[in-house]
Design a binder for this molecule. Structure first.
Ligand code: NAD
Ligand code: MG
Length: 304
């Protein structure tokens, strides 16, 4: 199989050809968590473009939400950089997970599939243990699983069960999983959390979600301080608007018509455009002195 480089003009052209005149997409909706096959157009995860250069040779990564979207793009890139990967996902996303797994196998790397709902602490512990057992250890944890739901109600109408889903998926699971994985990480390992432009520029419709992303930035800095003496780096990636199943599954379909149009680059990003940031942060050679940082992949919106 031949691949073009990740940063080639062809890839950018491909990303631009996936958007409409307003920078967005056709109106569409799905039920959460959303599936890749039902998206129009299909996202670009780097399947035909990502070229590895051995940056993660022999490493082992657990990627939550690794079935689709940003997680799938990271899985493909990590595998092509020489890493074996474990993918955690919700049971109803098994088809998406199998497709991602197939790309990892095609790259000649091992893949471990770990369905389960990370809102339960016991599942987080099981997923961590199964990833360690399946890959023979771990060097990289990507806390990528996340949930949002755009809400137009007033603050007073926010329901406890809705907030529970957002806070447990985005924050509790991150704490529990990191707690379970860290004892297995050695010097040169790293944890990469997934923040958001919402941590800096919160949408009124994402009151609860945006607050979890601000908290993730805070946890990233604090954990980097705590784990530094063990030689473990902790960083975050803050994506802007990215074309993934999360988007048609969690908001009014018509909003997608202008999705990403308000960025300086004037369009949404593709999952493939996020993956190189995760490769850099995980690379022990390239990011050996990088910890407690948040790397924005936002189409030009500031992350400070
Ligand atoms: P996605 O839907 O492809 O990925 C999210 C994944 O989270 C799902 O595939 C699912 O496997 C996982 N997940 C959700 N609830 C879970 C649960 N209870 N248990 C286990 N797994 C669960 O969408 P994505 O956009 O690639 O999202 C990945 C991350 O990127 C999320 O943290 C999201 O908040 C963040 N993010 C996305 C955007 C964007 O515009 N797409 C922007 C900023 C940040
Ligand atoms: Mg998914």
């Amino acid at each position: 199989m031949t691949h073009e480089t990740t940063r080639s003009p062809a890839v950018q052209q491909n990303a631009e050809s996936l958007v409409n005149d307003q920078g967005g997409f056709p109106s569409q909706e799905q039920q959460p968590p959303g599936l890749t096959s039902q998206m129009d157009p299909l996202p670009d995860h780097g399947e035909e473009s990502y070229v590895g250069h051995g940056r993660l040779e022999g490493m082992r990564a657990l990627i939550t939400g690794g079935d689709s979207g940003i997680g799938r793009a990271v899985a493909i890139a990590y595998a092509r950089e020489g890493a074996d990967v474990a993918l955690s996902f919700l049971p109803e996303e098994a088809d998406d997970a199998e497709e991602t797994a197939e790309w990892v196998r095609k790259a000649g790397r091992k893949v471990v599939l770990l369905p389960g709902d990370l809102r339960e602490q016991s599942t987080c512990q099981q997923v961590a243990a199964d990833a360690v057992a399946g890959l023979g250890g771990l060097d990289i944890l990507v806390n990528n699983a996340g949930f949002q739901m755009a809400r137009t109600e007033k603050l007073e109408d926010l329901r406890a069960e809705d907030m529970d889903r957002v806070f447990k998926t985005n924050l509790y699971a991150l704490f529990w999983l990191t707690q379970a994985v860290v004892p297995h990480l050695g010097k040169g390992s790293s944890v990469i959390n997934v923040s958001s432009i919402q941590a800096y520029e919160p949408s009124q419709t994402l009151l609860d979600y945006a607050s979890t992303k601000a908290a993730i930035n805070n946890v990233t800095v604090n954990l980097a301080a705590q784990l530094g003496e063990r030689g473990i780096r902790v960083n975050a990636v803050a994506p802007g608007p990215i074309w993934t199943p999360l988007q048609p599954a969690t908001q009014d379909g018509e909003r997608l018509e202008s999705f990403g149009g308000d960025t300086p680059l004037g369009r949404a990003g593709q999952p493939s455009e996020c993956a190189p940031a995760f490769v850099f942060l995980a690379s022990p050679a390239e990011a050996s002195y990088v910890s407690a940082t948040v790397l924005g992949v936002t189409g030009g919106k500031p992350v400070f």
